[in-house]
Write a protein that binds this ligand. Structure first.
Ligand SMILES: C[S@@+](CC[C@H](N)C(=O)[O-])C[C@H]1O[C@@H](n2cnc3c(N)ncnc32)[C@H](O)[C@@H]1O
Length: 230
């Protein structure tokens, strides 16, 4: 698959490298702290048990990996931006964080019980390959958990949120991080990326799942997808 300029891996890596040190603060301000609730929900719906092996992909500064660790999991986090991985290591030195690409995971088949990705799959040049790789490294009957932005389904909220995303979010993001381009990209990538049933279809076309469920979070500003691997 040829990547569009918006998801050109080299550009994406540079963009995240440039905002890495301000990424956590921007998340908290732009989502008014709600991203913590979404992550907590993702860990609960993953059904993780103490001692289970979890791979958090596109882990960034490690927030979702840290939540899985707090739930008792044995966690590995990977991301292809070294600057993000360095920050994750500083935040949680006991977690194994590695620089790796989700579309070519350096792990053998069935090595994890759960693979997760939080706000990462939209940035992957070939998301189907990313999902296929996550499913490959998870044992049959394990879970692939995807947390990602989407479009609100409510007819009143949808245009209000679209307007916030288009006009306020890039300005706010630029004010917090000093990087307007990254938050223009966030706005356009969220608007274009598949959500709800459309994303479930993408998952089904990427790998063999026995079942995939999804739920909108905060009226569909984000979505949580859980696939049970076949
Ligand atoms: C919006 S951040 C999400 C970080 C973190 N998961 C979170 O929940 O805050 C997206 C991350 O995806 C990473 N990424 C994008 N494409 C990737 C790929 N092909 N392989 C690994 N990481 C990738 C970027 O480096 C960036 O850290």
């Amino acid at each position: 698959m040829i990547s569009s300029p918006a998801t050109d891996p080299a550009r994406i890596r540079l963009m995240f490298a440039s905002i890495a040190t301000r990424y956590d603060r921007a998340n908290t301000i732009l989502s008014a702290g709600v991203h913590h609730l979404w992550r907590r929900r993702a860990v609960r719906r993953a059904g993780v048990r103490r001692g289970q092996r979890v791979l958090d992909c596109a882990t960034g500064t490690g927030d979702l990996a840290i939540r899985f660790r707090d739930a008792g999991a044995d966690v590995v986090g990977i991301d292809f931006t070294p600057e993000m991985i360095e920050l994750a290591r500083t935040k949680a030195p006991a977690i194994r964080f590695e620089v790796a690409d989700v579309t070519s995971l350096p792990f053998s088949n069935d090595s994890f019980d759960i693979a997760s990705i939080g706000f990462g799959i939209r940035n992957v040049a070939n998301p189907a390959k990313g999902i296929a790789e996550m499913a490959r490294v998870v044992r049959p009957g394990g879970r692939v958990v995807v947390l990602e932005f989407g479009q609100p389904h409510n007819r009143v909220l949808r245009p209000i949120y679209a307007s916030y995303r288009k006009h306020c979010l890039p300005r706010l993001g630029a004010a917090v991080t000093g990087d307007r381009e990254a938050y223009d990209y966030l706005e356009s990538s969220v608007g274009q990326f598949a959500s709800g049933k459309e994303f479930v279809e993408l998952m089904h076309s990427s790998a063999r799942f026995d079942r995939i469920t999804f739920e909108p979070l905060s009226f569909g500003i984000a979505y949580l997808y859980v696939g049970i691997t076949a």
